[in-house]
Design a protein around this ligand. Sequence first.
Ligand code: PHE
Length: 345
Amino acid sequence: MILERINELLSEVGQLSAKNAEEIEQLRLKYLSKKGEITALMADFRLVAADQKKAVGMKINELKQLAQDKLEELKASVGTEKQSRELLDLTRTPYPIRLGTRHPLTIVRNQIIDILQRMGFTLAEGPEIDDDLHVFTKLNFAPDHPARDMQDTFFIETNPDEVTKNVILRSHTSNDQSRIMERQQPPIRVICPGRVYRNEAISARAHCFFHQLEGLYIDKNVSFTDLKQVLLTFARELFGPDTKIRLRPSYFPFTEPSAEMDISCHICGGKGCGFCKHTGWVEILGCGMVDPNVLEACGIDSSVYSGYAFGLGIERITNLKYHVADLRLFSENDVRFLRQFESAY
Ligand code: PHE
């Protein structure tokens, strides 16, 4: 009888399992405590025949040992499980991952696009590598115009005859004007952001590449008044409702009349500071009515249609908005600079 019970307990104890310290304690009480199963066996042990006492006693010791070993084993396994769970808390948020930032020029370009799209302009892009025809000739640049000069323009390929320098890095986004008018009849209302290149020594105030955004509006009865109102609304949207604009007569081969637009200095509020050279005004764009010669060169009837164009510098506007003193910061990828734009969109 007692041997049967011992064997039963041996197989039972061999299969014990526990999930935590509390369950292990329950098992200890059940088997090894004073009121436990194994202690209870001792009571029956007294009744065992003398010649069997030795064998049964050894069995009981074996059971006791097994129970003790098993509980130790369970304790150890529950312990390591607990430890590894501490290391691997799946509910925790990951390490504080630093968000990437948009480049300040991208932020400002997106703001500009956003404002002009709300005013009805659609977005287009043209090539950075283009030919003389679209960058200069169709835009009414005289053959000897200084902008075609090596001083300003990067030439990728020069024809052997040296007459047409044909593959060039565009020096302004106005090539998009000629490309769009060439393939589309009015009404045209388009903006073209992009990178432009000029052969200039790199310094805090100049770089060999920068970014512009071109605007083009061609339709019947478009006047300079339309241009002025669009630019005023644009400036107020971008720099705030108190912003003033000033148009100064200027010259571009592809617009007539032409103007440069200043805004009241965003940094000193028009009082005069280092940035605006103490004038209270900062130039942000060139503009004008598209010259009829350009319309005709691009296949648009200048007796029916008129229009305006403007080209603005994105770096310049970004400098104004964020007070960036050195143009080189925009292309050096210094994270100490870029991280300052973490909260902008
Ligand atoms: N393309 C001119 C520049 O780069 C800017 C401009 C664009 C002027 C459109 C008038 C009209 O300076």
